[in-house]
Write a protein that binds this ligand. Structure first.
Ligand code: SF4
Length: 341
């Protein structure tokens, strides 16, 4: 069966509960004649409470994994988008959209691992192909999935880990072979951007009172934790400065850049507490995990090996170097700004 036929297959209603960002979820709302005024109904209280819980859980860096009937999930998703829009804070928006992408990624991975071939092809068509123009095929022996090399490169080039480099992949006849987790990971960023854009493009009418009260409450709870923190970056080398700026905007920083930032700060003897808080705006920030990782790099945990700051060569290879004239002649960021003898 070709993918055009598959596109006409309607998703199961259970799928709409897990993937409420699909166009069919919007169609469901339109067909059921749902309007803003419905949100004022007293029986919407449960949906509004669930939506507020979803936003709070996800903005704290966790995945909201409750799953109810599709009618409830589609409405909860819609109300949570309205709340995030109404809160109006970029860091909250970014954290929420990343967590929503990871929620969908979790369901998608589970579904693709247990579904039959027909159901899988329907998900490929509805999610990967319709939304992201990414064609996924099943490998000849049925054990792996495969994507065309240019499609793979267009997405994996944003990943800095070595395992995503084409040279480390199984490639055959113009296709890259991937397991389910890797295939779904390929579109995490696109899922997040899709939800981010949905919220950004929303125009809010006067909010129903029940939603406004919850959104105001969430805003005052979250503001002290997630407001933009200004970090003095002037004397840091450009690579470190760039990492801090990305972090300050609440954007995702690749793992290797996080390691560079922490090892640099440890090398200039910043206290661990202060280093941990530099990651606070990261969309997936978790203080306990970050502290463990920083202490691990400092040699205080695990193997007790103290990690040094990566060399400029290594950072250049990982696209993390933003050299300026003052970088001339140095081989490690730690030398930046120090007078040469
Ligand atoms: S040359 Fe070194 S210090 Fe300068 S930006 Fe590149 S990696 Fe950083």
């Amino acid at each position: 069966m070709d993918s055009s036929n598959l596109s006409s297959i309607r998703m199961g209603t259970g799928d709409l509960a897990k993937y409420p960002f699909l166009n069919e979820a919007g169609e469901y709302l339109r067909e059921s004649g749902f309007g803003w005024e419905e949100l004022e109904r007293p029986d919407m209280k449960d949906v509004i409470d669930r939506a507020a819980e979803r936003v709070e859980v996800e903005v704290s860096g966790n995945i909201y994994d409750k799953l109810d009937r599709y009618e409830i999930e589609i409405l909860t998703f819609l109300v949570s988008l309205i709340m995030v829009k109404s809160i109006g804070m970029e860091s909250v928006l970014r954290k929420f959209t990343l967590a929503e992408a990871r929620r969908a990624e979790k369901f998608l991975t589970e579904d693709l691992k247990r579904q039959n071939e027909m159901q899988k092809r329907s998900l490929f068509a509805k999610i990967f192909d319709d939304l992201f123009k990414l064609k996924i095929e099943i490998s000849e022996d049925g054990r792996l999935l495969k994507v065309k090399v240019p499609d793979y490169l267009a997405r994996s080039s944003h990943f800095h880990e070595q395992e995503w480099k084409l040279i480390n992949r199984l490639v055959h006849n113009g296709y890259v072979y991937l397991d389910v987790d890797e295939t779904v990971r390929l579109v995490r960023n696109e899922l997040s951007v899709l939800i981010y854009e949905k919220i950004r493009m929303m125009t809010l009418p006067t909010l129903p009172q029940a939603i406004k009260v919850k959104a105001d409450d969430l805003r005052s709870k979250l503001a002290p934790r997630y407001e933009y923190r200004v970090t003095a970056v002037t004397e840091y080398p450009p690579c470190v400065k760039h990492a801090l700026e990305v972090m300050g905007r609440g954007e995702n920083l690749p793992h290797s850049a996080r390691v560079m930032l922490a090892t640099y700060m440890l090398a200039i003897r910043k206290p661990v507490d202060q280093i941990v808080m530099m990651y606070e705006n990261a969309p997936d920030f978790n203080e306990k995990i970050t502290r463990y990782q920083v202490e691990h790099l400092a040699g205080m945990k695990g193997s007790r090996t103290k990690y040094s700051v990566p060399s400029c060569d290594k950072l250049r290879n990982e696209n993390l170097c933003f050299a300026i004239a003052e970088c001339n002649g140095i081989i490690n960021p730690i030398q930046f700004g120090r007078k040469r003898k």
